[in-house]
Design a protein around this ligand. Structure first.
Ligand code: GTP
Ligand code: MG
Length: 683
């Protein structure tokens, strides 16, 4: 078997708006390259990439898959990422370990919000890319129109490298504008021929633009070009490669994944124009390193899957050196040694055992102990940390309720496992409401997580909109006194404290101090008072929510030489604090979120109108191309289902980010309702 290394591997991620055809395209490429003998279909649940039961059921990609194939003495590691924003974490991970990207655009829908989002990620990462206009076989497919839209929305550096021959049922293949040849027919059997007469003049004019742009990246070439000299095909290809790698040109190609037309040309283009690991970057936590086959090991873990039967599977990308089966490595992120067992190369769900995974390549290993996604594996004596992966912050919450008693016990473990394998999923117990909260990227993301709990861990749960984690605080200073005193048989109980309380301007953490002079409360009882006050923070007097932003000062009290004890002072502290809260004009506070919505301009009015009904403060609007970025602050209580509202308002054409900013006073009329509701719940 051919040896693949830094010079002849291509780690290429497929990215797009949801449903543009990445998985179908990956399948077609594998088939064309001869890596699989049967062309599977997403719609039949038979693709090599979408093999997970959740993917088959929903007919969308949920997890990134690795799909290697060999083409013209190169190894292509195709990384098929999901397009739906709910699973954008997988796309970010795939992007981090790729040297190049193919942005798939649907020939009828054109550039969509998701297209621009992944385009932005590539720009950020400086990732060289190609654009593939897919679904040319569909009714209303219009290559030239889509190219215009691509140039308008993604930039003028997107230049056709191909023209489409026909469209819809007459789509036959493509014209390569550098070779000036036509390629028609399916798969690897595509035939090379002359440019059809009808396309000749159009092809000439597009070729002219492309050649000019290529010449512009090279001083010697532009001189030749301007002097009217012939530029050789080799020069053109080599310079275009350079331009793509430098991010100056993004070639646009056409084809149909479903009909498997022009996929061989895409495989060629990946080899011709996208960088190898040798030309890629090795990003360290600080600075960069040189890719090297002989150097000490540096590998980045970019995906972890958890399965109660198969165990944990860790995907890693090697940047320098190599990693061997049954060896010992060092996890620099965790500062711990890690034993590596049998290594695998993955193709979808298929694992092929290998002895070694070398620089530039991607492998997997089962049952690692300490290693997590984002970690660096290296040599013990040459520790190094690669740059991690940027995962988006969760924007959508659901409360998780176990269905039966047995589910109660198993739920915690299952949730922890899910969060381990998915960095965009977090789990926490909410202070004050006591609910278990699962946070993720959208409704589908969390629904899939709940199904996974059932299927993988046998835990049945129900999801519900979380209760809003309100807080309570005071608005005026107050003083409170409490005397805990009991006489019952033996010796009695006695603790007596006086507290001063004042609101802290930031409404952050509570503070406690004392100003006791002359031992009115003996020193050894002061910590007990503080403990009592601390416990009282958990539940305010207004509606029973946790209390924040209060400074409490213990300034006086009294004790009894026999009857006083720590517990008595603790009780006194807690009770005095409760009284003080009620006397300090208490209010309810609610979480206010920073919301950023990216929306096509024509929908701006609808989004703003909706935000106005949600007590939002619109902070800014930034038009960008034909999009608008709306920034607003809005109470969490109003946007707990925003992922769903936005999707239905825009048919999925908008995306948003949301994170907690601060707590703010709840308007009085709403406070009344909440207090009444809490009262009713208690009764
Ligand atoms: N007509 C036509 N349909 C296609 C083509 N490619 C994909 N499709 C269909 O488009 C739908 C989505 O295809 P996928 O391959 O799952 O798209 P995807 O980009 O992987 O989707 P996500 O991973 O969920 O974002 C399926 O119904 C495919 O059959 C194509 O070239 N022509
Ligand atoms: Mg897919």
């Amino acid at each position: 078997m051919q040896k693949y290394g830094l010079e002849n591997i291509h780690n290429t991620v497929l990215l797009s708006h949801g449903g543009a055809g990445k998985t179908s395209l990956a399948e077609a490429m594998l088939f064309t390259a001869g890596a699989i003998s049967r062309l599977g279909k997403v719609d039949d649940g038979t693709s090599n990439s979408d093999y997970d039961p959740d993917e088959i059921k929903r007919k969308i990609s949920i997890n990134l898959s690795l799909l290697p194939c060999e083409w013209r003495n190169h190894k292509l590691n195709i990384l098929d990422a999901p397009g739906y924003t709910d699973f954008v974490g997988e796309a970010r991970a795939a992007l981090r370990v790729s040297e190049g990207a193919v942005i798939v655009v649907c020939a009828t829908s054109g550039v969509e919000v998701g297209t621009e989002q992944v385009w932005g990620y590539c720009e950020e990462a400086g990732l060289p890319r190609l654009v593939f206009v897919n679904k040319m076989d569909r009714e209303n497919a219009d290559y030239v129109k889509v190219v215009g839209e691509i140039q308008a929305k993604l930039g003028k550096k997107c230049l056709p490298l191909q023209l489409a021959i026909g469209a819809h049922s007459s789509f036959e293949g493509v014209v390569d504008l550098l070779a000036m040849k036509a390629y028609t027919g399916a798969g690897a059997q595509a035939k090379e021929g002359d440019v059809p007469e009808a396309l000749k003049s159009q092809a000439e004019s597009y070729r002219e633009k492309l050649v000019e742009a290529i010449a512009e990246v090279d001083d010697a070439l532009i001189e030749k070009y301007l002097g009217g000299e012939e530029i050789s095909p080799e020069e053109l290809t080599a310079t275009l490669r350079r331009a793509v790698i430098e991010g100056k040109i993004v070639p646009v190609l056409a084809g149909s994944a479903l009909a498997n037309v022009a996929t061989a040309r895409l495989l060629d283009a990946i080899g011709d124009y996208l960088p190898t690991p040798r030309e890629g970057k090795v990003l360290l936590e600080k600075g960069e390193a040189e890719p090297s086959e002989s150097g000490p090991l540096a590998a980045l873990v970019f995906k972890t899957t958890a399965d109660p039967y198969v165990g944990k599977l860790t995907y890693f990308r090697v940047y320098t050196g190599s990693i061997g089966s049954n060896s010992q490595v060092f996890n620099a992120t965790r500062d711990a040694a890690e034993r590596v067992g049998q290594l695998f190369m993955m193709r979808g769900k298929t694992q092929e055992p290998v002895v070694e995974v070398g620089a530039g390549d991607i492998g997997a290993v089962a049952k690692l102990n300490v290693t997590d996604t984002g970690d660096t594996l290296c040599a013990q004596d040459k520790p190094v940390k690669l740059a991690g992966i940027t995962f988006p912050k969760p924007i959508f919450n659901e409360a998780v309720y176990p269905k039966t008693k047995t589910d109660v016990d198993k739920m915690g473990t299952a949730l922890t496992r899910l969060a381990e394998e998915d960095p965009t999923l977090t789990v926490h117990r909410e202070l004050g409401t006591g609910e278990m909260i699962m946070s993720g990227m959208g409704e589908t993301h969390l629904a899939v997580a709940a199904e996974k709990m059932q299927r993988k861990f046998g835990v049945n749960v129900e999801l519900a909109t979380p209760k809003v984690p309100y807080r309570e605080t005071i608005t005026t200073p107050s003083k409170a006194e409490y005397k805990h005193r009991k006489q019952s048989g033996g010796h009695g109980q006695y603790g007596h404290v006086l507290l001063e309380m004042e609101p802290l301007p930031e409404r952050g953490e509570n503070e406690f101090t004392d100003r006791i002079v002359g031992g009115s409360v003996p020193k050894n009882y002061i910590p007990a008072v503080e403990k009592g006050v601390h416990e009282a923070y958990q539940e305010g007097g207004l509606a029973g929510y946790p209390v924040v932003g209060i400074k409490t000062t213990l300034y006086d009290g009294s004790f009894h030489p026999v009857d006083s004890s720590e517990i008595c002072f603790k009780i006194a502290g807690a009770q005095a604090f409760k009284k003080g809260v009620m006397d300090g004009s208490p209010i309810l506070l609610e979480p206010i979120m920073n919301l950023k919505v990216t929306v096509p301009s024509d929908l701006t009015g609808d989004i703003i109108g909706d935000l106005n009904t949600k007590r939002a403060r619109v902070m800014g609007m930034n038009p960008e191309n034909d999009k608008n970025i709306i920034e607003a602050q809005v109470p969490l209580a109003e946007v707990q289902r925003y992922a769903i509202d936005l999707k239905s308002m825009t048919q999925g054409r908008a995306i948003y980010a949301m994170e907690f900013d601060h707590y703010e006073e709840v308007p009085a009329n709403i406070t009344q309702k909440i207090v009444a509701q809490r009262q009713a719940e208690k009764e």
